[in-house]
Design a protein around this ligand. Structure first.
Ligand code: SP5
Ligand code: ZN
Length: 370
């Protein structure tokens, strides 16, 4: 597929290590299923974008400080070491447990107000950090988690140095990961890492637009009390029974100094281009009002009609139109989130980025004549 008016010039930031995460399924409602967050997602997207002429850019060298700017050091340490501990504990060889998965969760209801202690057993410790059973860790997971964060950091750096758009092909995705916990196929919050890079580079106001089909509960929680980072999301209504179930409602507006800088637009299952684009346009209007100087776009394409993980019915044309609206707002660091239909994934990401490119072109042409 090619795009209107020639090739795609948005640089694609990519690291091969993103393929090393092989969750090998998810435990859903007590049963191990194949899972949809597979390495082929990234290869399909990469070849679609390269086919459209996009330049591929390598990541900057890893910088642990970029991760620590967002996450609790204990979460980073857990992700870095848990596979080795799991293997050393004999869970794969002696018990047939080939991936790290939690089974006890220290919820508020369990602790009943008593302090959280770090469990002695490796298998007891996982639930301190992982809040669901669908987000498995295996041998190459850490290398991929780190590479995905590096992609995000690099794309944000390009925006900070004056590029109008850059796309980070992050895998695994990140928007469900919070400051100290992970879940929803996400481990570290790539979008939040990009935001912090921009803030540190002197961008005083940043807006995150999250158009993944699911609410980005991790990103929301990281910035919930921050007035300098707006978070806006359109997603399938958690109140209609969809992941992440507990967060993503319209009355979550931020807290303290961040009150008003959080906006959720939940949509009914089955919603298509019209309702979805109307929500995207409303979020864009709010971003304009916040005076954000740069946008971080959490681009999940799982709102696609054929996607197995969401009941939204957005077309590739819808994603193109959304990209165009967002490109008119300002420079954009795009972070790959979800999207699981391997047959249409490449087309949808390309549609979003080509829309973004034409929105940016329209915007810079307007400002050149002002
Ligand atoms: C980044 C992202 O899009 N994460 C999505 C996580 C939502 N996972 C919910 C999984 C629900 C179980 N899926 C079973 C599909 C039918 N077998
Ligand atoms: Zn999603």
């Amino acid at each position: 597929m090619t795009i209107d008016g020639g090739k795609l010039d948005v640089p694609v930031v990519w690291h091969e290590d993103c393929l090393r995460h092989q969750p090998a399924g998810e435990v859903w409602l007590g049963l191990r299923e194949d899972g949809t967050e597979v390495p082929e997602r990234a290869t399909v997207i990469l070849s679609g974008l390269q086919g459209a002429g996009a330049p591929v850019v390598a990541t900057l060298p890893h910088d642990p400080a970029a991760l620590l700017a967002v996450h609790d050091p204990a979460l980073i340490e857990h992700l870095r070491t848990i596979w080795a501990d799991w293997e050393a504990g004999g869970y794969p060889a002696d018990y047939g447990r080939d991936r790290v998965v939690p089974y006890v969760f220290p919820t508020r209801a369990m602790l009943a107000g008593l302090p959280l202690r770090a469990p002695a057993a490796t298998h007891g410790r996982v639930g301190m950090f992982c809040y669901d059973t669908m987000t498995l860790v295996g041998p190459g997971s850490w290398e991929a988690i780190r590479a995905a964060a590096d992609c995000a950091r690099t794309a944000a750096g390009l925006i900070a140095s004056g590029q109008q758009a850059a796309y980070a092909l992050c895998r695994p995705p990140g928007h469900h990961a919070g400051r100290s916990g992970y879940g929803g196929s996400c481990y570290l919050n790539n979008a939040a890492i990009a935001v912090q890079v921009l803030r540190t580079a002197g961008v005083s106001r940043v807006a995150v637009l999250d158009i993944d089909a699911h609410h980005g509960n991790g990103t929301q929680s990281i910035f919930y009390d921050r007035p300098d980072v707006f978070y806006g999301s359109v997603h399938v209504d958690p109140g209609a029974g969809w992941f992440p179930h507990y967060l993503g409602f319209a009355d979550e507006r931020g807290d303290g100094p961040g009150l008003g800088a959080n906006q959720n637009i939940p949509l009914a299952p089955g919603s298509g281009d019209e309702a979805w684009l109307d929500a995207v346009a409303r979020l864009c209007e709010q971003v304009r009002n916040t005076g954000a100087e740069a946008i971080v776009l959490s681009l999940g394409v799982d709102a696609a009609a054929a996607d197995p993980e969401s009941p939204l019915q957005v077309t590739a044309g819808g994603y193109r139109a959304a990209g165009e609206l967002i490109g008119k707002l300002g420079p954009v660091a795009v972070i790959q989130e979800g999207g699981y239909d391997l047959a249409s994934l490449g087309e949808y990401v390309l549609a979003a980025l080509s829309g973004l490119q034409s929105g940016l072109t329209a915007r810079t042409e307007v400002s050149a004549t002002e």
